[in-house]
Design a protein around this ligand. Sequence first.
Ligand SMILES: [Zn+2]
Length: 465
Amino acid sequence: MAKITFLGAAGTVTGSKYLVEAEGKRLLVDCGLFEGSRELRQRNWDRLPIDPATIDWVLLTHAHIDHTGYLPRLTRGGFRGPIYANPATRELCNLLLPDSAHLQEEEAQYATRKCYSRHKPPLPLYTVAESQQTLTQFHDIPRTDAFQIGPQFSVRPHDAGHILGSTWLELTITEAGKKMLVVFSGDLGRYDQPILNDPESPTRADYLLCESTYGDRDHPPGDVAAELADAINQTAKRGGAVVIPAFAVGRTQTIMYYLKQLVGQKRIPDLPVYVDSPMAINATELYKNHPEDHDLDFSHQENNGDRDPLNLHEVHMTRSVEESKKINDVVAPCIIVSASGMASGGRILHHLAHRLPDSRSTVLLVGYQGEGTRGRQLLDGAKYLNLFGESVPVRARILELGQLSAHAGKSELLRWLSGFQSAPKQTFMIHGEPSGLNGLRDAIKAKFDWPVTIPEYEQSFDLTV
Ligand SMILES: [Zn+2]
C-alpha cells in the first residue's frame, strides 16, 4: 500500500520532507533544513529514520533552504539518486546550497575560535564540497508540463507565486494499477502582488498537503509603499540607518522594487542603498533569465531610465567581505538590505551588531520570523541580542512590515483551496506552528467541512484509492 511519512514541517514551519512510498520505491518530496530553536536544529544532526541510500528520487517544490537545505546531508548519508527540480529552482540551489554550507563552515570555525560549540571540535553540518556534490545530482524537469519520475510516480508542477521557480505539485501515484493524486502545496505566495504571478489554483486531489504558515491570520491591511516610506522618512529624520534583514531571493528584490518606486515618486529621499549579499545579487540576475515567473521588464536597464525596475544602476551591490565591512563606516541615513531574512546567519549579523545599539536606527522585519530566531527575538521586544557570542543592546527601533511576506495569508490560503471542486479524502496541515495549523484546520472545517489531520513528526499514513 502507498504510504506517506512526515519527516519535517510537521507541527513546525521548517525542515520540509515528505517521504512517499509505492511499490517498494521511495520518493522524497522536498528535503529541507530545520531552522529556529536548538531542539529543531538538533534534528539536522540526528540520524534520519530511514536510510538515505534507500531513497530513489527527490522532488523539490522550490529552492528555499527549509525545503532544500538538508540535501547535502542526504548525499552524505548515501543518497545517489536524481534530484528533480525546474531550471529556476536548480539555478537558485546552485547559489543557496553552497552558501548554506559556507555559513555552516564559518559558524564552526567561529565556534572553534570562541569555544562556544557543543560539538568538540565544532563541525559544520556539511561542507561546501559536499554541497557541490549534491548539485551534480540535480536534473531539470519542466516548469509546468507533466513529468514521469518512474512507473510509480508522475508529477505536474504549477506556479505557486512564492519565489522564482516556486511550484505546487500534483503527484500521481500508481500502485497495483490504481492511481491516486496527491497535491503538495509547497509554499504558496500571495495574490495581486508586484513582481510574481498569482498562485495557480488546484481543482482536485485525493490527498492534499497544505502549508499553514499564516493559517491563523491575514497580513495586516495597509499600503506597503506608504508604511515603508514612513519608516524610512522617520529614520532618515533621526539620522539613522534602516537595516532590513531580507531573504536574498524574493524579499530583497521586492524591497528594491518598492524603493525604486518611492524615490521615483519623491516619497522618500534618495538615500544610499546597500544590498549586501552576494547571493541576492546573483539571485537578482536569475530574474532576468526567468521572465516566465514575473512581470519585471529589464529590457531597458542599461538606459539608466525608468525601465530599470530594481534600480540596479544605482543600488550599491556589495559582493566582497571588505566592501561589506566598509558599510559600517557609512554615515547614516542609509538603507542596508542583507541576508538572512530571520537574522539566523549571514552578513546581516554584523550590520545588526553595528546598528542595533544606535537609537536613531530602525530594523525593519519584512518576512516570516521563525520561532527561536534572532528576528523573532527582535519582534518579541528583546532588549539584548546574542551576536557573535556577545550580548548587543537593542536600542534601534524594531518595526514589522507584515504585508511584504512571501506567504499567503489565511484568506489567501482559503482562496487557493476554493479551487477544489470536491473535497480531498484527507487534508494534511503542514508547514505551520501550532497556531497556524489549528487556525487553518478550523477555517477549513468551517468553510468546506473537509476531513483534516495535523500529522506529527515522523508519523506515517497509508494512502488508498
Ligand atoms: Zn519558501
